[in-house]
Design a protein. Structure first.
Lengths: 297, 413
């Protein structure tokens, strides 16, 4: 335990700002998960590994001498096709089945992706340099790296573009119709197979964006995908499916929670606190649901 | 059909069983070849360092065989290594050690990569009384278990950053310093931490920040904020490559000013290459550096080794390769002094090792650790955009001057 943050309350500003900025990035990953969970009823355990793969695409560009920030455009394009291919190869076989089977299938995909990334990019930890500076506030006590600001701005932009696309475009409407009632949509002429493939592709593309941003702000390693999966899972179960403002708010909330846990409990409990919170929320929700059921009786 | 299949399975298993029993009858020395066994990580999370280890072993085998091999009883023998891939998995490593000993009949072992895997294998080699010279397990706990057949050519982990504290005290005019430290919670980093605690006690220094880092570390802002607030004289970080990379990235982003920064795993993380100028002035613990003046007759000195290794494998040797090569020189020396292939005689000869290799002096302490070689510290220094590691401590082997204190970020371009 460390109470420095209470002795110097200015640090709370730092923790809150960091939490919100990183939370927006988490929310973007979670939004992708919520989208395909809602449409296809699949919980994608490989979500975090798609993120890391997206990061490696940006890193590869960086190695080739291109500024890694361009990864936020290139990476989603490539990842869209990776997602599409993944759907055609594996997911279409489990999409209408039991939830448990899809969890197993995506868990398998996660392992395969980890090993492939390890094989292709090596087991070393890597970073991509953006060369962005830092803004100092309050007499240099609070620092805001431009890379995290950049990542938050890009995340918001992509979220806005996606919302507009889902509202206005034909495919977007088809996706929303399928999410509401897949059978009815099919009867009315929606090619649900295509909708599923596109949804999975869009999810992978969002992961690609997030990955490129993580390559700039944090570090990449083939085996660090899982924490991102858990975080987005948590954000989604708190926010519910198909509710973007709630996803954004719970993403930022999680980010701030993590930062405070980091300062008060210590960095070693950062991910642990996320898991703990997940358990508490699941228990709490169950508790709430069981009370509701009694009410209905 | 079913019957035939059954018969086939029975026959095959019978043949395999016979082969397995026969091969264990071969054992250690076949004709003029001494067979060594090694499980190294060729896949999985340690694969890059596993390959460095294997390359180090291979280069030494080639060199020693070319230079006349090992002379025992007036006859010259050649080295050969049987490798298995342990997949960076301790359980697998222990199984493979059993397999090497029981099925392949290996009587002498080389170590795997990492402390964790060495820890998994050591009980097995100990059980069968197989001498193992290892080059990549530095954890102090390996040397406190009373193992009799384990010998490590490298310095134990608790020595990694002790020198840095001494250096900080020296620069402070012999007065105690304020230490901030952040360590990952794994066996290796915790050993490094114990070393710092010892050094702090010895010099009367105070530890004002003592943070722990998680395995999945990619953010250590909380520690750095504390460093900013409490202004220690030296910041010590050990969390493998991700610790080194994260620390430098966030120290630069948050413009944390600290007079001295000491770390581990800088060369494995390719710090000076990945972070360039931002990594300048960082002090890094290392087992070996090519500029050290140690010598032997097989590889010449460090610079020659560096050249030969680069020519053979196409990249400059990290210290993991150098220490692995040294392990074979130690084995050769022990065989020749034992003048026998008897396991216990070889073990006794290993125990009495006292020699210099291009990698450093080697003499084993009671627990099997190397007590003759100090750790070195290098500092990252940049000229323009090109950054290099310069050896700055201990003073006896240092090739360059230690730059202290680190200039503040407002003065760095």
């Amino acid at each position: 335990m460390d109470f420095l943050i209470f002795e110097a309350p200015i640090l709370m500003v730092q923790a809150t700002l960091d939490g919100i900025l990183i939370g927006i990035l988490f929310a973007l990953i979670a939004y992708g998960m919520a989208l395909q969970w809602g449409v296809m009823n699949i919980i994608n355990i490989a979500q975090g590994d798609l993120v890391i793969l997206g990061g490696y695409i940006a890193y590869t560009m960086y190695l080739a001498g291109i500024h890694p920030a361009w990864g936020v455009i290139v990476s989603p394009i490539i990842m869209f096709f990776v997602g599409w291919g993944l759907y055609k190869l594996v997911i279409n076989k489990v999409v209408d089945r039991d939830l448990f089977i899809s969890i197993l299938a995506t868990f398998g995909i996660a392992i395969v992706f980890q090993q492939l990334m390890n094989f292709i990019f090596g087991a070393d930890v890597v970073v991509a340099q953006s060369g962005y500076g830092t803004t100092m506030l309050f007499d240099n006590i609070v620092t805001l790296p431009h890379s995290t600001i950049f990542s938050a701005v890009i995340s918001v932009l992509y979220a806005i573009v996606l919302v507009i696309y889902m509202r206005k475009s034909k495919l977007g409407r088809a996706i929303r119709a399928t999410a509401q009632n897949a059978r009815a949509a099919k009867i009315l002429g929606v090619d649900t197979e295509k909708v599923y493939a596109a949804t999975f592709g869009i999810n992978a593309a969002l992961c690609g964006v997030a990955g490129a941003l993580i390559a700039i702000t944090f570090t990449l390693h083939p085996y660090v995908g899982l924490p991102y999966t858990v975080r987005s899972f948590m954000i989604v179960i708190v926010a519910g499916l198909g509710n973007l403002p709630a996803v954004a708010i719970s993403g930022m909330g999680l980010g701030v929670f993590e930062e405070f846990a980091d300062y008060i409990l210590g960095t070693e409990f950062r991910i642990g606190s996320v898991f703990m919170l997940l358990v508490i929320i699941l228990v709490f929700r169950r508790f709430k649901l069981s009370r509701k059921r009694e009410y209905l009786k | 059909m079913n019957k035939i299949a059954k018969l086939f399975i029975t026959l095959t298993s019978a043949i395999l069983f016979t082969l397995a029993t026969i091969s264990s009858a071969f054992s250690k020395v076949e004709g003029d070849t001494i067979v060594l066994g090694a499980a190294v990580s060729l896949t999985g999370k340690y694969s890059s360092n596993g390959v460095h280890t294997q390359n180090g072993y291979n280069l030494a085998v080639e060199r020693l065989n070319k230079m006349g091999g090992v002379k025992v009883g007036g006859k010259s023998y050649k080295f050969k290594i049987i490798y298995y891939d342990d997949e960076s998995n301790p359980k697998r490593a222990a199984q493979l050690a059993e397999r090497l000993i029981n099925q392949d009949g290996v009587k002498y072992m080389l170590g795997p990569y990492s402390s964790g895997l060495t820890k998994a294998i050591a009980p097995v080699t100990e059980k069968y009384k197989i001498p193992m010279v290892e080059a990549n397990g530095a954890s102090r706990s390996l040397f406190t278990k009373g193992y009799k057949y384990l010998f490590a050519v490298l310095s134990p982990a608790n020595q990694y950053l002790e020198v840095a504290i001494d250096l900080a005290v020296e620069k402070n005019g012999g007065k105690p310093v304020k230490i901030a430290q952040a360590f990952e919670q794994d066996a290796f980093s915790q050993d490094v931490r114990l070393g710092i605690l010892d050094a702090a006690k010895r010099t009367g220094s105070e530890i004002i920040i003592d943070d722990k880092l998680p395995k999945e570390l990619n953010d250590m802002k909380a520690t750095l904020v504390k460093v900013k607030a409490k202004k220690p004289d030296v910041l010590v970080v050990s969390g493998h490559t991700k610790g080194a990379l994260t620390a430098i990235r966030q120290i630069a982003e948050m413009k944390v000013d600290v007079p001295m920064l000491a770390m581990t795993h800088c060369d494995a993380a390719k710090l000076s290459k990945q972070h360039g100028k931002n990594s300048e002035y960082a002090l890094c613990a290392s087992q070996w550096h090519k500029n050290l003046s140690y010598k032997d007759k097989f590889f010449g000195g460090g610079k020659k080794y560096d050249k030969d290794f680069t020519k053979r494998f196409g990249y400059a040797p990290p210290y993991q390769s150098a220490e692995s090569s040294a392990a074979l020189i130690v084995f050769k020396d022990a065989f020749e002094r034992a003048n026998s292939f008897d396991g216990d005689k070889v073990r006794d000869a290993l125990k009495a090792t006292d020699m210099q290799t291009f990698y450093g002096n080697i003499k084993f302490g009671p627990g099997g650790q190397n007590i003759a070689k100090p750790m070195i510290l290098f500092q990252v220094r940049c000229k323009g955009d090109k950054c290099e590691n310069k050896v700055v401590a201990p003073t006896k082997w240092a090739s360059d001057k230690f730059y202290h204190p680190i200039p503040s970020w407002s003065k760095r371009s």
